[in-house]
Design a binder for this molecule. Sequence first.
Ligand SMILES: *Cc1c(COP(=O)(O)O)cnc(C)c1O
Length: 353
Amino acid sequence: MTAPRLEIHLDRIGQNAALLVERLGGRGIQITGVTKATLGSPEVARVLLEAGVARLGESRIDNIEALRRAGITAEITLIRSPMLSQVARVVASADVSLNTEMVVIEGLSRVAAEQGRSHGVVLMVELGDLREGIMPDDVDAVARHVAELPNIVLRGIGTNLACHSGIAPDAQNMAELSALAISLEARLGTTFDIVSGGNSANLNWALGDEGVGRINDLRLGESILLGREPLDRRTVDGLRTDGFTLVAEVIESKVKPTRPWGEVHQNAFGAVASPHDLGDAPRAILAVGRQDLDPAGLVPPEGVEILGSSSDHLIVTAAACPAVGREMAFRVDGYGALLAAMTSPFVSRSYQR
Ligand SMILES: *Cc1c(COP(=O)(O)O)cnc(C)c1O
């Protein structure tokens, strides 16, 4: 087996997805299972579908195309606004896309007609986080226009919070989305099949005591993959946080002083070493670094402490020196670490069932 490698525990990820499908289902909410942190892994996608997610969500058209090539036929939503330059690829591979720009939706309509296909549009509404979204007062006019475009089906509306400004989904902004959906449906004389309240940051709200109104969909990635809600990074009740393990190999292992010597300046990443002297201690270097992932998102095994990292080295201390050539497994706890490890060409993958 090569190292560094990411061990992907499909059984645990599947358990998380199934539990969320069941709990949210009880509240009338279906899940769009988001694969973007896995570089659109078909293995993970299949596990999410088996667990009962309504469809898949992906942020990149390249990943959606890869999922199609791998034989995935389920409905897939492109969850980042399509690039105007990519509308033909979006219509060819994605069933639905989240949109905020009329010119893009017109482009989707034009190429959908050319390709003889129909494309679903969910209009994203700005509710305060200030990333993507149409201002609430403008949604009505856009929706009316979209509803008339050939080869476009207005599937519903949605919003995204807690990503750019850290604005929490709460009773108030979710009620606003609900009310907007209800009034649009009345005015357009239609029923939306997707009213998408947000991402993993919506779980506290969705599983809380209050009603969820007209909201019937959440787009979930991090909570399924890492078992956490991203607002306070708390473990969601009953979910597993050990879906991903990073395995790296020891390339140096020696007892060394704990205090560096010589004149102290900035290190490679601009930090200055703290001059603690705890005597001599075992330390080891693992062949993994910031070119592979974000070491801040790793949890070391019992008895091991991470001292630091550079582009290619992870430095740890332990009770005893681990043998050179031995592998060490770290739990991947951070979304950034997962994203980087899944997209690094240096980290291989090993799927565990
Ligand atoms: C990434 C993303 C999601 C999923 O977010 P998680 O926090 O991983 O659940 C949902 N919607 C949009 C628009 C996204 O970009």
